[in-house]
Design a protein around this ligand. Structure first.
Ligand code: GLC
Length: 564
């Protein structure tokens, strides 16, 4: 056998799956109840996997499923290595992972390392005495000289971030409610314990973690006061948390050291993804820093489409600057909805929610879709008796219950979500705004999501292509995705008036999809007429009509059979 003298060029590493994925956020309490107790569960999610493959997403992120006293609805974890009985068992999770993987769907869990529940055995031990070996797993401090809290830090959910513990004569820190004490991430024993937690789930085959509030993990070692925020405008609706600038209570520079540590844990399991929740309102530069030198987060969640004014200038500027700010090889993300903020259809209206879906699913990024946004769900009108969220109970107007109401599957009682009494009502319009009806409607927002997802799958330009943001044309945000010869133009009218926009390049093109779902195949010349609130995907070039195949909803596709 001849010995090879010139080593072959190593093959390019395969593209990580999350660069091409669309992640669907499941809020387990509200997705599907299989046992009739009115709360969603893992067995219920398994029953609906065929819906997710029919829709065309690739990965599911589950909000927390761990045992929790539910003060913050699962984001107060009392056992990191178990499943809350209300959701099922570890075996149910194993089955869900296997059934998801059998369909080519990845499963991502939420990891909440910044704080535990006050019922967690770690905190119970920590608060039992000043000498307990776990005392330093949390952040305990003596009172200030006047007997008050050690500094001026505030809780995200209203009030002080410190609670007095009379038994041991110290305050403990909680960035959220007092029932969510913050872990001390400067204590190596905490790192060891959390590494064990991560291994526990990774060994069971999950595909990665979405890590909660990573900017919150480390605090100033000297516990200095946060300075006042000069831009804060007090008044009804204002969140008092923003009266300070959180220079010391969050986002410390050495959090990057910690993120590299998280990444090493994940890298021990090839093919698993590390996603981080980064503070709302982060600049593009700050978002970029969380990718490190390719050794921190794989994906940093970008909430800008939820926080920026929904105006063409702001959105186009953000698209251009975000893409430019990210380090080479880093994959952008966009989120237009989640369990924490108003529904996109409520924030910007149902017509623009369709435009936002087109942006989310055609811009260069790994998109995150929140359950129910594909149905155009709006914030539910809930009476005070349904107010459950601690944020809303502490700071009026901030309750998140209206965005967490159950999925609507069909027109049956409680929208097919449960045979019992749902933990939150399904809402008045569930009789018509449900999966069963909207999937039969060729022009529905559900059909639009499915068509956009199909387009994205069928044409690599949407995942591999570079992105060039076009100069602003009034209310129209435009960008071109390019991959070799293939060029696709996306034009989004963020205004309600009809406009005429110039086609980029000289060759014209063909409409592949309009948000109104009624212009497929229409030829485009030197300009494109966009109706108010309309977005279009246009394949550029003279022969653009050919090769533009976008499976229509309703036609048999590979995943159609077996949909319940
Ligand atoms: C994250 C979660 C939110 C939770 C908070 C505290 O922002 O998304 O639901 O309340 O962290 O854990």
């Amino acid at each position: 056998m001849s010995r090879r003298t010139h080593p072959a060029t190593p093959p390019a590493p395969p593209r990580p799956w999350w660069h091409d994925a669309v992640v669907y956020q499941v809020y387990p309490r509200s997705f599907q109840d299989a046992d009739g107790d009115g709360v969603g569960d893992l067995a219920g999610i398994a029953l609906r996997l065929d819906y997710l493959t029919w829709l065309g997403v690739n990965a599911i992120w589950l909000s927390p499923i761990y045992p929790s006293p539910l003060v913050d609805f699962g984001y107060d974890v009392s056992d990191y290595t178990a499943v809350d009985p209300v959701y099922g068992t570890l075996d149910d999770l194993g089955r869900l992972i296997a059934e998801a993987h059998a369909r080519g769907l990845r499963l991502i869990l939420d990891l909440v390392p910044s704080h535990t529940s006050d019922r967690h055995p770690w905190f119970q031990a920590s608060r039992s005495s000043r000498d307990d070996p776990k005392r330093d797993w949390y952040l305990w401090r003596d009172p200030a000289p006047d007997g008050g809290p050690p500094n001026n830090w505030l809780s995200h959910f209203g009030g002080r971030a410190w609670t007095w513990d009379a038994a041991t004569g110290q305050f403990y820190l909680h960035s959220f409610v007092p029932e969510q004490p913050d872990l001390n991430w400067r204590n190596p024993e905490v790192l060891d314990a959390m590494a064990g937690v991560m291994r526990f789930w990774l060994d069971r085959g999950i595909d990665g973690f979405r890590v909660d509030v990573i900017h919150n993990l480390l605090k100033d070692e000297a516990f200095r006061d946060d300075p006042p925020n000069p831009d804060f405008v007090p008044g009804p609706g204002a969140n008092p948390y923003h009266s300070l600038r959180h220079l010391h209570s969050s986002d410390q520079p050495d959090v990057h050291r910690l993120l590299r540590w998280f990444r090493r844990q994940i890298d021990a399991y090839p093919g698993r993804v590390l996603i981080g929740e980064v503070e709302y309102g982060s600049s593009v530069e700050r978002l970029a820093r969380f990718y490190g030198d390719g050794d921190e987060l794989h994906l940093a969640l970008n909430f800008s489409l939820m926080t920026l004014p929904w105006e063409s200038a702001a959105i186009a500027d953000h698209l251009a600057r975000y893409d430019a700010a990210l380090p080479p090889g880093a994959c952008p993300t966009f989120v237009v909805g989640n369990h924490d903020r108003a529904r996109v259809a409520t924030r910007i209206g149902p017509a623009q929610a369709r435009v936002a879906a087109m942006l989310l699913l055609t811009a260069r990024n790994t998109p995150f879709v929140y359950q129910g946004d594909e149905l155009g769900m709006r914030n539910a009108e809930l009476g005070p008796e349904h107010q459950r969220d601690p944020w809303g109970l502490r700071v009026p107007g901030h309750g998140r219950d209206p965005v967490r109401t159950p999925m609507r599957w069909d027109a049956s009682g409680h929208a097919g979500f449960t045979t019992g009494e749902p933990w939150l009502p399904v809402g008045d319009d569930a009789g018509t705004e449900n999966v069963a009806r909207l999937r039969e409607d060729e022009r529905s927002i559900l059909t639009l999501h499915r068509r956009l997802l199909a387009l994205r799958r069928a044409d690599a330009v949407f995942t591999l292509g570079r992105q060039r943001v076009l100069p602003l044309a009034g209310d129209v945000v435009g960008y071109v995705r390019e991959d070799g010869e293939r060029r696709v133009w996306v034009a989004l009218n963020l205004g309600s008036r009809e406009v005429e926009v110039e086609t980029p390049g000289a060759g014209g093109g063909t409409i592949a999809l309009s948000t109104a779902l009624d212009r497929e195949g229409e030829a485009v010349g030197r300009s494109l007429r966009l109706r108010g609130d309309e977005g279009c995907v246009v394949v550029l070039g003279r022969n653009s009509g050919r090769g533009t195949s976008t499976p229509r909803a309703g036609r048999a596709g590979p995943h159609d059979r077996g949909w319940p």
